[in-house]
Design a protein around this ligand. Structure first.
Ligand code: ZN
Length: 210
């Protein structure tokens, strides 16, 4: 699996373009905005988009999902259904965060712990990791040792838990019980900021380190 990180929106959210090297078929994870920038990366890498994946319902991650899905006729997979209230509230989030008016959407497939998603010949595991939002999911490519973790974990920090239905203890449990067992060698793309590995965060992250 290959990938390219595309920072989007005024929040510099890490949208990820993922694709299968054998088939060039791929997925875009968390298209929060700046669709033309995303499409330039898709074209530059010769990727045939198969689907849109969503880690959670915050506008900087999901603000362009409705637009891309309808413009390109792509199915939407994720997040877990407890984030429905965030997605239904997309127009209200537009006002709150000063985004242009953004439409809500209905995923073609809600995801659950233990599900798998695929594009081309690539398969990724789905981990339900609540705490930042109740329906947040993480995508894990076991063979490539890469996780897309959204706003669960950052280099040196963790996701905010002061939003509705956020919970600090739940977030820490998600990280320790669902992410750490995947292995210290796993690299991750966070929703904001630079990449890191689970091993580095276990050593030095002041919120969730060992
Ligand atoms: Zn978020």
């Amino acid at each position: 699996m290959k990938f390219q990180i595309i920072p989007v929106t005024p929040f510099a959210q890490n949208c990820s373009l993922l694709w299968c090297e054998q088939t060039q078929r791929g997925a875009v994870v968390d298209p929060g905005g700046d669709v033309s920038r995303i499409m330039r990366a898709v074209e530059a890498n010769g990727v045939i988009l198969e689907k849109i994946l969503v880690t959670h319902g915050h506008i900087d991650h999901a603000g362009a999902v409705a637009e891309m899905a309808s413009r390109l006729s792509l199915p939407i997979e994720g997040p877990q259904c407890e984030d429905k209230f965030w997605i239904d509230g997309m127009p209200a989030q537009s006002k709150m965060f000063g985004f242009p008016n953004v439409l809500a959407f209905t995923p073609d497939r809600w995801l659950e712990q233990g599900d798998t998603i695929c594009f081309g010949n690539v398969e990724m595991d789905v981990l339900h990791c609540p705490g930042h939002t109740p329906g947040h999911v993480v995508f894990f490519n076991r063979r490539g040792r890469l996780a897309i973790v959204g706003d669960v974990l950052f280099q040196g920090s963790i996701g905010r838990t002061d939003f509705p239905k956020g919970d600090f203890d739940t977030l820490i449990s998600s990280i320790r019980d669902r992410l750490w067992p995947l292995g210290n060698d796993v690299a991750f793309i966070p929703g904001h900021g630079p990449m890191s590995t689970f091993g580095d965060e276990r050593r030095s992250n002041p919120f969730c380190g060992d």
